[in-house]
Write a protein that binds this ligand. Structure first.
Ligand SMILES: [Zn+2]
Ligand SMILES: [Zn+2]
Length: 349
């Protein structure tokens, strides 16, 4: 098969590699749509600790089942599926609770752990063999491009559920990237109101408005963003903030905004950093819950796909470009330099 192989950090080749084989419990998929995200920049640069080179990345993708390994009963050839990329060992205490992202055997293939596109080869290839547990059948109304958001939507759904959002509560979403815009739609589907989207990029905030944000705040244009956001929630602040911006300042803002007794979910800023601007009084006297959320537990993406199938979450407005897999270089350049207002670029093997 052909694949985009990273032979070493910061290098790629579109080249021929041996076809993967579906081992026990695995299925062989023909990849149909793969999108790349900010995390791919880290993987490409060799900054993701669990990645070994040569590597085939691609962790937001969908495909079609073409062969089954021994023991697979849940899928059939011809099934169209979206891939959930964290596959835990299934045996450690956290995996037994379904918390695959917290698996104690992270990175250990011999114990059955797979982080698809990170520690094992992913979807920037014509074919990919993955554990059957990673696959969610796509509802008939969804196409492969939409299916490529299976994992991302699971991540945002998990973050909102970590925040225990209740209908009628006010929410501030920080970071109008793909995750923030999915979180916004999930919050809306669950009955949140009002929903305020906060960011620094005008065009993305406008997309947020189209997708249902009641108000948008550009922190570059506000001298005092905390007060301004709180004013949109009767001066008290939102019940819940959800951070998907991936920056230290955004995490600090997420903790400064909630009303007294509110909740802040930090889901984007995973790199080392500190909540320097959040003093203890904000948290303790504010009676706040500050909640970390790491990716998606087992099978939550299934429900995300159902939300999408019912039209409650739309991902098409996030897709701006399509390329064949062999044009990976051009797709990468378009994505990283945001050529032509690029948001999500979709690759098709
Ligand atoms: Zn990603
Ligand atoms: Zn485990």
């Amino acid at each position: 098969m052909k694949a985009v192989v990273y032979p070493r950090p910061n290098d790629f080749q579109f080249t021929e590699v041996p076809d993967p084989v579906a081992g026990p419990g695995h299925v062989l998929l023909r990849v149909r749509a793969t999108t790349i995200c900010g995390t791919d920049l880290k993987i490409f640069a060799g900054q993701f600790p669990g990645t070994r080179f040569p590597h085939v990345a691609g962790h937001e993708w969908s495909g079609e089942v073409i062969a089954l390994g021994d023991g697979v009963r849940s899928l059939r050839p011809g099934d169209r599926v979206g891939v959930e990329v964290h596959v835990g060992c299934g045996n450690c205490p956290r995996c037994q609770e379904g918390l695959y992202t917290l698996c104690e055997a992270y990175g250990d293939r011999s114990r059955g752990h797979a982080h698809i596109g990170f520690t094992v080869w992913g979807g920037l290839a014509q074919l990919c063999a993955v554990p059957a547990r990673a696959c969610h059948r796509l509802p008939d109304s969804l196409d492969f491009d939409e299916g490529a958001f299976t994992d991302s939507l699971g991540i945002t759904l998990a973050a909102i559920e970590r925040g225990r959002l209740r209908p009628g509560e006010g929410v501030a979403i920080i970071g109008p990237g793909a995750f923030g815009l999915l979180a916004l739609q999930v919050a809306r589907a669950l009955g949140a109101a009002p929903i305020v989207l906060i960011g620094t990029r005008h065009e993305r905030l406008q997309v947020g408005k189209q997708l249902g944000a009641d108000a948008v705040i550009n922190t570059r244009e506000e001298a005092e963003p905390v007060g301004r956001v709180k004013s949109l929630f009767d001066g008290r602040g939102p019940d819940l903030t959800v951070e998907f911006a991936g920056a230290e300042e955004a995490a600090a803002l997420a903790v400064q905004l909630p009303r007294r007794g509110g909740r802040a979910v930090l889901a984007g800023a995973k790199s080392p950093g500190r909540l320097l601007k959040a003093d203890l009084a904000t948290i303790v006297r504010g009676h706040l819950e500050v909640i970390g959320s790491l990716a998606n537990p087992q099978a939550i993406s299934r429900r995300g796909l159902d939300l999408m199938a019912r039209g409650l979450v739309r991902v098409k407005p996030l897709i701006t470009h399509h390329f064949p897999l062999e044009a990976f270089g051009q797709a990468w350049e378009t994505f990283t330099s945001r050529t032509g207002g690029a948001f999500r670029v979709m690759l098709h093997p």
